[in-house]
Design a protein around this ligand. Structure first.
Ligand code: T4K
Length: 395
């Protein structure tokens, strides 16, 4: 890590992480885990997993929830259970898992651009990409802000192909006042440690389609139809009881987590936007949001520093800001060249402009103020910092 840029010592003595886990009532967590140990039933559909599935289904407003070992497994299972194959349209502006889940099953991702206002997949571009080889569409509710599911559903219906929604960021959110979880043919959540509600590792597929859910339950558990017979293609995508205990415990603190995230987001927005050329992505107050991402949009020509220079200053002060999602997935070496390159100008632009700041239960108002102070000082001293970074760069 580079030495502090603004002073002799880093402002924070310990690193502040984006994605630092929220942890609910530890005594309730330990009690649940102890009960599982006493029962000697640790995984393979235990009572805590069943309870967690019911609780997730309730938040998502759906009849069916199939929890999984992680969000990527949820994507893989849903993609296969929905019969996607050949080519599937997906935004490039997402975490690589959305695309891995396709290529892992030898499905070719066809990258669509995003809308410059919502930063979610642009239905007009999806429409342009439709060919008879396209056998599915995946939309992503990036940072919990619902994507245009009406338009995507209309395209999917017209072409009679399934629509899956990656709601890894959107647990507890609504879109047009309806809970995220109930759109498309199915949606997936992630309960990874870095997520607003975590189960250490975990994920879920949610849907109102009972037969799809039954298929997913078989696939998640090696395709076992009974003790001895394997009746379906399957894998091991199960969540265990300790993970479900964590998920259930954290769910009990959900409103507290939202309140802290909202307060942090409001304070960050107020303080950061007092700098020229910096904006915090907003969440519409008409919807329920989890506010788990504080996303800053940098206009270098106005504020005097590029996104990367600002992130370098923050790192040097122990604020480990992240550049999600940079570079676009279509630029990552594992995914380059899968389809003929095509311009994704909006994706390219936002990949260079955005970064995320730490929030969640480990971040309080005083910490937000100190982080914003670093940003303010960096902008005030932009020319000096640019010079410093140029002279200290190994190139
Ligand atoms: N779809 C979307 C749109 C997603 O964003 C994701 C995951 C998925 C699907 C797949 O869901 P999962 O299969 O993961 O359930 C992190 C998370 O691992 C990943 O879950 C998340 N999205 C992604 C946006 O972020 P990395 O590669 O950035 O992780 P890493 O190890 O760099 O950690 C991120 C930050 O969190 C660091 O600042 C350190 C901090 N951290 C992390 C852990 C695990 C902690 O402070 N404590 C911890 O325990 O992917």
């Amino acid at each position: 890590m580079s030495l502090a840029i603004l002073g002799d010592e880093p402002v924070f003595s310990h690193p502040l992480h984006v994605g630092c886990p929220n942890i609910g009532d530890r005594s309730r967590l330990i009690a649940r885990i102890n009960a599982a140990l006493d029962r000697r039933w640790l995984t393979n559909g235990g009572p805590l997993v069943e309870e967690f599935e019911a609780a997730v289904a309730e938040v998502a407003g759906v009849s069916e929830c199939v929890v999984t070992s992680n969000g990527t497994a949820a994507l893989e299972l849903a993609i296969r259970a929905l019969g996607m194959s050949g080519q599937v349209i997906v935004p490039s502006f997402t975490f690589s898992a959305t695309v891995h889940a396709l290529t892992w099953q030898r499905i070719t991702p066809v990258f669509a651009d995003i809308d410059p206002v919502t930063l979610n997949v642009d239905p007009a571009d999806v429409e342009c990409l439709m060919t008879p080889d396209v056998k599915g569409i995946i939309g992503v509710h990036l940072w919990g802000r619902g994507c245009d599911v009406e338009s995507l559903s209309a395209i999917a219906n017209q072409h009679q192909i399934p629509l899956l929604l990656d709601a890894a960021h959107a647990f507890g959110c609504t879109y047009q006042r309806r809970p995220v979880g109930s759109f498309g043919d199915a949606e997936i959540f992630s309960f990874h440690g870095t997520k607003f509600i975590n189960s250490f590792e975990g994920g879920a597929v949610v849907t109102n389609n009972r037969s799809l859910a039954e298929r997913l339950r078989l696939m998640r558990n090696f395709g076992f139809g009974g003790y001895d017979d394997v009746v379906h293609l399957g894998t091991n995508g199960k969540m265990n009881e300790a993970e479900a205990a964590m998920g259930l415990t954290n769910l009990e603190s959900m409103s507290e987590f939202v309140d802290r995230n909202r307060a942090n987001h409001e304070l960050y927005s107020k303080l950061i936007e007092s700098n020229p050329g910096l904006q915090v992505l907003s969440y519409t107050p008409a919807e329920n949001q989890n506010y788990q991402y504080v996303v800053v949009d940098v206009q270098p020509e106005v504020c005097g520093l590029s996104r990367d220079q600002l992130v370098e200053v923050l790192f040097s002060e122990n604020v480990l800001a992240r550049r999600y999602f940079y570079p676009g997935v279509h630029r990552m070496s594992a995914f380059r060249g899968l389809t003929p390159p095509r311009p994704l100008p909006v994706t390219e632009s936002f990949c260079e402009r955005l970064f995320q700041l730490p929030t969640g239960m480990s971040i309080d108002a005083a910490t937000v103020r100190s982080v914003c102070d670093i940003i303010r000082k960096a902008i005030d001293r932009a020319p000096e910092i640019v010079k410093h970074l140029q002279t200290s760069s190994p190139d």
